[in-house]
Ligand binder design. Structure first.
Ligand code: GDP
Ligand code: MN
Length: 391
C-alpha cells in the first residue's frame, strides 16, 4: 500500500527526519487557511496523488498570493492529473499540500528499497536529485552510491556517515544528513515499509538538510499491526477492480490485455499469463481464488473477472490440490444458471475430483469450451477470442 506525500512526511517527522512545515487542504479556502497558518508570502502548493513526476505535470507550484493558491486548487482538486507514472487516465488529486517554500542550494536523491537480488534492505543515494533516478542510473551510474544493510545487525551509524560523505556535502551538514538517513532507516524498519524515496532531499541555502518530497510504500501483510499507516489508505488512488476483489478476500491483478483469467495460486497465474502471451493473446487480468474455494466463491470470482470491461474472453484454469474441481465446476454452472456469459469461455480443470468436475460441466449442457492441458487451454482461449472479436 502506498500513502500520500503529506502522510509520509508526517510519519518521517515522527522519527526525526527534517521536513518543511505544511498543512493539508481539501478546498481552496482550506488551502488559504493553511497558508495563513504558515505565514510568509511564498508557498509551495502540491497536488496529492499516488504518483511522482507531479512537478512536470503542473502539480507542484510556487505561489506568491492567496489568489494563486486558490486558482491552483480549483484547477486541480477532484480532477485527474496525468503524469509520466500514472498512465494515460491519470489519478485523482484528492487533496493539496501547502508548504513553506524552501531555498534550495542542492537537490540530492535518497531512497531505501528491498533489493530482491541480495535479499537485503539497500540504501541508494545520489548527488543528482530532483530528476529521474532511472536516467541517472543509465547515463551516470558512477553518481549512484549504494549501501547494503546486514539484517543481523541493522544499519550502523558508520554506514549513514559514509552515505552522507558520498553526497559531497559541506562539513557543517554532515551530522544532520547522517542523522536524517538513520531516522529514515528506523522509520522504514518500524513501520514495515518496503520502500521509501526522498527525491529531492535538499541542502538549503543555509546548509540545512530537508526532505522536500517523500514517497512510502508498505507491506500489505503487515498492515494489521500498523493501524496508523492503515488509516492512511486512500481508495481513490487504487484500482477499483483490486479493491472490490480484496473486499471478497480474493486477490486480483489488473493488466492491459483482453483475456480474463481465474486461476488458483500465483505460480499457476504466472504460467497461465506466459502461455496466453505465447499463444498470441494478452491477459486482461488474473484473479487468484486461493485454496479450498467454495462454489459461491468461484461464482463471485468469475463475476469479478467479468466486471472488467476490457474482458473479451474468459479462461478458468484450475490445478486443484486443496481445491476441488467439482466445486469449481458447480460454481461455474451456478453462475451460468443465473446469468449469461457473452464472451468465449474456456475451462481447464485438473487435479482433485477432476472427473466429477468434468461430469458436472458436461451434464449441465452449458456452453463452455473445455481444455485438457494448460497449453491446450491457452490456445483455445486465444483462438476463441480471435474468432469472437475478429482481431
Ligand atoms: P514530484 O515532481 O512529484 O517528484 O514532486 P516534488 O515534490 O519532488 O517537486 C518537484 C520539484 O519542485 C522539486 O524537485 C523541486 O525542484 C521543486 N520544489 C519543490 N518544493 C520546493 C520548494 O520548497 N522550493 C523550491 N525552490 N522548489 C521546490
Ligand atoms: Mn519528487
Amino acid at each position: 500500500m502506498n500513502i500520500h506525500e503529506y502522510q509520509a512526511k508526517k510519519v518521517l517527522a515522527k522519527y526525526g527526519v527534517p521536513v518543511p512545515k505544511g498543512g493539508v487542504a481539501h478546498s481552496a479556502t482550506e488551502a488559504i487557511y493553511q497558508a495563513n497558518e504558515l505565514g510568509g508570502d511564498k508557498w509551495i502548493v502540491k497536488a496529492q496523488l499516488h504518483s511522482g513526476a507531479r512537478g512536470k505535470a503542473g502539480g507542484v507550484k510556487l505561489c506568491t498570493s492567496h489568489q494563486e493558491i486558490a486558482d491552483l486548487c480549483d484547477k486541480l482538486l477532484g480532477n485527474n492529473l496525468v503524469t509520466h507514472q500514472t498512465g494515460p487516465e491519470g489519478k485523482m488529486v484528492s487533496s493539496m499540500y501547502v508548504e513553506e517554500a524552501s531555498d534550495i542550494a542542492r537537490e540530492l536523491y535518497f531512497s531505501i528499497v528491498l533489493d530482491r537480488a541480495t535479499q537485503r534492505v539497500t540504501l541508494i543515494a545520489s548527488t543528482e536529485g530532483g530528476m529521474d533516478i532511472e536516467a541517472v542510473a543509465e547515463e551516470a551510474p558512477e553518481k549512484i552510491f549504494t549501501i547494503t544493510i546486514d539484517p543481523a545487525v541493522g544499519m550502523q551509524p558508520f554506514q549513514a556517515r559514509q552515505l552522507a560523505f558520498s553526497l559531497n556535502l559541506p562539513n557543517v551538514a554532515i551530522a544532520a544528513a547522517t542523522k536524517a538517513v538513520m531516522a529514515c532507516y528506523r522509520c522504514l524498519r518500524d513501520t514495515d515499509a518496503n520502500q521509501l524515496e526522498i527525491n529531492p532531499l535538499i541542502l538549503t541555502a543555509d546548509n540545512k538538510i530537508l526532505a522536500l518530497d517523500a514517497k512510502m510504500g508498505f507491506d500489505d501483510n503487515a498492515l494489521y499491526r500498523q493501524p496508523e499507516i492503515s488509516e492512511c489508505r486512500d481508495k481513490t488512488q487504487e484500482d477499483p477492480r483490486e479493491i472490490n476483489a480484496a473486499e471478497h478476500d480474493l486477490s486480483y491483478i489488473g493488466l492491459d490485455g483482453n483475456i480474463g483469467c481465474m486461476i488458483n495460486g500465483a505460480g499457476l497465474a504466472m504460467a497461465t499469463m506466459d502461455m496466453i502471451q505465447h499463444s498470441g493473446g494478452q491477459p486482461a487480468n488474473f484473479l487468484d481464488i486461493g485454496g479450498g474455494a467454495s462454489p459461491e466463491r468461484v461464482a463471485t470470482a468469475i463475476e469479478l473477472v467479468l466486471s472488467d470491461t476490457s474482458v473479451e474472453a474468459l479462461l478458468v484454469n484450475i490445478f486443484a490440490g486443496i481445491n476441488r474441481c467439482d466445486w469449481v465446476a458447480q460454481g461455474i454452472v451456478d453462475l451460468l444458471n443465473k446469468r449469461d456469459i457473452d464472451v468465449p469461455f474456456v475451462v481447464r480443470l485438473s487435479g482433485t475430483n477432476v472427473e466429477e468436475g468434468q461430469r458436472i460441466l458436461r451434464e449441465s449442457g452449458k456452453k463452455v469450451i473445455t481444455a485438457d492441458t494448460l497449453a491446450d487451454a491457452a490456445t483455445k482461449v486465444v483462438e476463441a477470442w480471435k474468432e469472437a472479436t475478429g482481431k
